[in-house]
Ligand binder design. Sequence first.
Ligand code: ZN
Ligand code: ZN
Length: 276
Amino acid sequence: METTNGNNIKADNFNCIVCLKLIVEPVALPCSHSFCKTCMENVLKQPRRICPLCRSDVSFLNAEDLRPNAMLKELLTIVFKDEYAERVAEIEEERRLASTFNTVRKRIHIGNEHSQVIEGGKLINHKWTLFVTMSDEHINDQQDQSKDYISHIDVNLHPTFEPNFVTLRKAPFCLHRSGWGTFLVQVGVHFKPSLNHNPMTLTHHLNFSAAKDQSTHVVVFEIPKEKPTLVVDLDEIPTPTPNNVIDVDDDVFIDDRPHAVMSDFDDDEDYEILIS
Ligand SMILES: [Zn+2]
Ligand SMILES: [Zn+2]
């Protein structure tokens, strides 16, 4: 800290070491280090729970045990009034997104397999297979999940190939070719529309010096959470009389707005919730 005079204190001095932004809703650990509440909640979800600064063990802490650092919060809201308000708005937006979207993190692998074509003891060609596969973020050797995420893949080959633009529409996403030369393959990965993700452009330089060569890229999907669809059994609802004077029983309520029909949510037998 440069000085005790509030005007010369920099907001950077109060950055959270986890998110590298001004600490918001500060919580203090037993070691006295403070972080944003949301950052610390994420740290506590990790398999190894330690203070991000001094690495002291916090495995005994749960998110509910986090103690607000009231004095730090007061200081931040006074000295960095605008910055703090901005951070609060940011956190609220993140929470709003988290409640409407599911974050799914995956890995995309792009690469090629290769074998030599030998006839009469002489190398006469190279056979190769370009592939695009998907797995969980932290597990590599896993069954390919691309059929659940990818709708199609565009492959741009060297101009000497005929055709040199190929679309793969079905998993496993593989392209078999043969030829003498290696080149940079450009691939456009198009995801299923429900995933709400822009296409990704990946490149792979064919490698003929190994049986298999691949690179890995992380892809993060923010999938909108589906709102449950209410299906009402219409036979269960009494027909309203012309003047809307009806005998409302405990289970069913008829709204007098045109076409609106509501059912008591506590009664499981009158409807089912379908998640499409
Ligand atoms: Zn933070
Ligand atoms: Zn610490």
